[in-house]
Design a binder for this molecule. Sequence first.
Ligand code: IPM
Ligand code: MN
Length: 351
Amino acid sequence: MYNIAVIPGDGTGPEVVREGLKVLEAAAQAVGFRYQTTSFDFGGERYIKTGEVLPPKAIDELRAFDAIYLGAIGHPDVEPGILEKGILLTLRFELDQYINLRPVKLYPHVDCPLKDKGPKEIDFMVVRENTEGLYGGMGGFQYHNTPQEVSTQVHLTTRFGAERAIRYAFELTRKRNRRKQLHLVAKRNVLTYVHDTWWRAFNQVGDAHYPDIKREYAHVDATCMWFVKNPEWFDVIVVENMFGDIITDLGAMIQGGMGIAAGGNINPEGVSMFEPIGGSAPKYTGQNVICPLAAIGALQLLVAEIGEERAASRIEQAVIKALESGKIKSLSAGRMGLTTAQVGDLVASLV
Ligand code: IPM
Ligand code: MN
């Protein structure tokens, strides 16, 4: 029996999570596992009402679950940063979800903005370090609000943090068993301290434990170029937090956009949290027009992480069949030709 925490969150989060849960039910019936869900009301509405982002007990409560399914965090009436830092980043840090896993996979019948690139060319995974770097939160102001103001934000890097992300990425590359090639993406020519730590960890771990995996290196700016020009070069990428944040949005666009891009915040030894990466999309809230495939993809990652690989692959096949049916006209909000709920029903019926 799996215990799954659900945080529908803000904006369109609840709408897409509802569809993901339909698909979970269908997958559980198809392969025969049992689960129960517990919903948490964390998000902008709760903050506006109570002034509290996360209740003090929340972290310990969530620790007891097998996985967390998150819709979206972000509210137009709350100043930027409060909910992101107070909920999303706090959960990632406190639950030590040190991997942010983002598959970039173009499915058949999905519009790709790249000319001459199709599903054969776009199929890689980004392993983003999820607890350090510029997200570490170290820094501050001196002489705040004076002409002499000084601000710093430390690019916190530990050998331990880099190494555990690198090991995870090597393992994933081996498990995928495709090109057996792992790219380190960084900016070694400028960030000559922090990315030197990454570079040495990458090579030492690779030499010692992964002779079967081919190592490649790419600067982050060049990587943006290759994502557009030669996405077929990539199999698995390992990257620090901030650069990973940026390149995975570009990755999302080449796989068909925010309607389909999903991610997992993973603690391989603890509780992991899965989310569509598109945010709360306030402008579409409550209209039943947003594409739930990203949330369904997040659910697929969740189901795989708790060990139900067979169910995960049925979900993926169902998504592919739904796309192949031609019934979903576009993945853009309002242009699907179906409602959010109809897309969820369609996928659930194909699991
Ligand atoms: C993401 C988001 C978050 C991040 C924000 C909302 C804090 O952009 O999950 O990629 O920067 O990690
Ligand atoms: Mn991001």
